[in-house]
Design a protein around this ligand. Sequence first.
Ligand code: ASP
Length: 321
Amino acid sequence: MGWAIALHGGGGDIPRSLPPERIEPCLATLHRCLDLAVAALQAGRTALDVVELVVRELENCPHFNAGKGSVLTSDGTVEMEASIMDGNTMSCGAVSGLSTVVNAISLARLVMEKTPHIYLAFHGAEAFARDQGVETRDPSHFITEENIERLRQTKEANRVQIDYTQPIKVQPPTDDNSRTGTVGCVAIDSSGNLAAATSTGGIVNKTAGRIGDTPIIGAGTYANPLCAVSATGKGDSIIQYTVTRDVAALMEHRGLQLKEAAARVVAGVPLGHVGLVAVSASGEVSMAYNTPGMFRACATEDGYSEVGIWPEADADANGES
Ligand code: ASP
């Protein structure tokens, strides 16, 4: 057993027709994050530090639906949310309703470490961010032209939209296919500590105040001494099926290995609704999804690495699994 890392940049109906100019920046970011994570793990950083580091990097990339690049609410505003969990101590922290915080994941970690609470939202979370002196920007900083257009199209179709859903029919095919994705990361370090982190802007045209799975411990994020899991997809289903906790529960109560537990949980959620990345205490990795695709990457100490979007045949894998 050694260290292992897996990350995602969102799962959904990612069309294979997505133009290369939209795919390449996402893949380049996944590769860069993987390199960063591997270097940090090799340097002896803890799993908790590494998942925070990777998710910050993904939040700072406008091609993903977290931090700058977050999708918009029906009011045209950004409401970011995130959570983080340390597997060995089972400490966790979560935030919702952020409109000015550059790295929601770091604020979630501060909630975990500096407050007696687990979850802060909206006004209270923003006030806590000011108290802690974390980096903030004007709300307009987080709003991209692509997301203004995406909201316009979604409103025209009178629906809420998960990240990668195909563009509506009334629109000519545009690069609106370039859905950005929720981000997450899980890791086990060489001392055997596990951690999970997830961050998002939610779903396009969500009602202001809507909270998804991402900040909910046991739904979008979970870690214990057996495994660490981060989910993506239709948040409401992920909450209903307690996706990340269920993976851990199958290992804990049924004695399943990680891959089998993750596959079983994903198979039990309606088709097209979920994807996850997970690592176990024995260094196993799972990147299971029932959506058409999921931006994902992983690496293990024994030299295996993989970066992909669609099912296995398209994944760019190296080494032994
Ligand atoms: N799960 C997120 C949400 O519903 C969306 C996503 O994963 O893309 O807020």
